[in-house]
Write a protein that binds this ligand. Structure first.
Ligand code: BG6
Length: 486
């Protein structure tokens, strides 16, 4: 059997994408609470009121213009406000997870439920208890949850009070939040991850699709890296048995041509997009090519002695990563673009793509598993892997999502091969096993789930849950510890 005994199987979801209850239980607003849905061809936008009274919008993760304020507008439907309504359905959802045989699941904690208005204004007990109930029930059902502390959702209060992650005050705030979580959930949660896809701003920089300056992107990323390192140290002090990983958005790209310039550009893309953050967190120092990045981007970056020490002492225990698709890179300009996971790439003629233009590539997955294990030599955890698709509910309520089964079968097959070839990985969680709100487009109709949630982009639906064909397929796969993939 390729998969080791105790291999963790499950799914990954996130607070802001499934919970809803956006203003319940003492939770404060986060930026995405002000974002409208886009569609297959358009990213979602965050809406606000400008200082002169006009309406404005910007891409998610962006920075408000001077004097602007977030505002809820009556004529916009905000898909995250209710999302999949996990906040009220969590018991039923965990029951369905258990029915599929999950031995783990991953979600993020909403910081805005734990410290809605900063550490100085106190912990919100209702938020702490909400997650305690969720984790206790998950354990009772046989799951060993792996929990992410941060998934792009600090309370807006931090932006208003400190200006957000550019400010080093955020480091202490985050570490306090992390310590509260490690302490409150001691014995319930043994594996944590600090920041989801911490490399996302660096990737935005490369694609030029953010309104943040390069200085801001480097400063925010650095402050998050330091906050993560100090949290790892704090976790080990609170409980030496805790394992704390980092989580990096997977990046798999091929040179479009054998032109050595394409090969170099592809390697540089991997270094900058993935390894810049992963090296800092797994090896405890920025890679040598970081200097090239800072110089090319004309930013002044100095790493203080204290930060360097924290990075070295707070290395992550494992490497969590997401993988959805691959792309191509070229220095030639006569190419066709494809859409991607919050980024675009060049079309690969050998691959098929999803309805959102994401190129499906299980071989790229195996390649990624090898590259990451070779480079970091620490256990891997594949936190996200999945296919966003439109699903059709038949008259009898069934959902025949053979495309999703094909996707996961092909990827799990490659995972199995990689393990047989020596890659050390302790778990696989599909992305969005419960239908949820898409991060890039804000849609509910872009579905990843094995559990259907009756809710659409316009807010129509009952939140009823239905088992898709993939639900039964994944159950069989887990029962056989990955042996039965037909
Ligand atoms: C990952 C994010 O990069 O991609 C998730 O961590 C996101 O939050 C997932 O949902 C899929 O992307 P999308 O845009 O289809 O939701």
């Amino acid at each position: 059997m390729a998969f080791p005994k105790g291999f963790l199987w499950g799914t990954s979801i996130s607070a802001e994408q499934v919970e809803g209850g956006w203003n319940e239980g003492g939770k404060s607003p986060v930026q995405i609470d002000y974002a409208a849905a886009g569609d297959a061809g358009h990213m979602r936008k965050v809406w606000f009121r400008n200082a002169d009274g006009t309406r404005g919008s910007m891409p998610a993760f962006g920075k408000l213009p001077e004097g602007a304020k977030y505002e809820i507008f009556d004529d916009i439907h905000y898909t995250n406000h209710e999302a999949a309504d996990f906040y009220h359905h969590w018991k039923e959802d965990l029951g369905l997870f258990a029915e599929m045989g999950f031995t783990t699941f991953n979600t993020s904690l909403a910081w805005s439920r734990i410290y809605p208005y900063g550490v100085r204004n106190g912990v919100n007990k209702e938020g702490v208890e909400f997650y305690r109930n969720v984790f206790t029930e998950a354990r009772r059902l046989g799951m060993d949850p792996v929990i992410t502390l941060y998934k792009y959702d600090e309370p807006v209060w931090y932006e208003e009070t400190y200006g957000g992650w550019e400010n080093r005050e955020m480091i202490d705030e985050f570490v306090e939040f992390a310590k509260t979580c490690f302490t409150e959930y001691k014995g319930l949660i043994n594996k944590w991850m600090t920041f989801n896809e911490i490399n996302i701003l660096i990737m935005f920089k490369a694609m030029g699709n953010s309104n943040l300056s390069k200085e801001s992107i480097y400063a925010q990323t650095h402050n998050q890296i330091i906050a993560a390192a100090r949290s790892v140290k704090a976790a080990h002090e609170i409980d030496p048995d805790l394992k704390v990983g980092c989580m990096i958005a997977g990046q798999c790209a091929y040179p479009l041509t054998p032109d050595p310039n394409d090969v170099m550009a592809t390697y540089a893309g991997f270094q900058e997009g993935f390894c810049y953050c992963a090296d800092a967190m797994m090896r405890g120092r920025y890679p040598s090519f970081a200097k090239r990045m800072w110089e090319n981007d004309n930013v002044q970056m100095t790493v203080s002695e204290e930060d360097a020490k924290d990075m070295m002492e707070g290395k992550a225990d494992f490497l969590g990563f997401s993988y959805y698709m691959s792309g191509c890179i070229t220095t030639h300009t006569d190419t066709e673009a494809t859409a991607g996971n919050l980024f675009t790439s060049v079309k690969n003629p050998y691959l098929k793509a999803s309805d959102w233009g994401w190129q499906i590539d299980p071989v790229g997955y195996k390649y990624t598993l090898h590259v990451l294990y070779d480079r970091y030599n620490k256990p891997l955890f594949n936190v996200e892997n999945g296919l966003g698709a439109y699903d059709k509910v038949e008259e009898d309520g069934s959902i025949h999502d053979s495309y999703r089964i094909d996707y996961h079968r092909a990827h799990i097959q490659k995972l199995k091969e990689a393990i047989e070839e020596g890659v050390d990985i302790f778990g696989y969680t599909t992305w969005g096993g419960l239908d949820l709100v898409s991060a890039s487009t804000g849609q509910m109709d872009k579905r990843y789930g094995m559990i259907y949630v009756d809710m659409n982009d316009k807010g129509e639906g009952t939140f009823e849950r239905k088992r898709k064909d993939s639900f039964f397929w994944y159950k069989k796969c887990i029962e056989s510890n990955g042996d039965e993939l037909d």
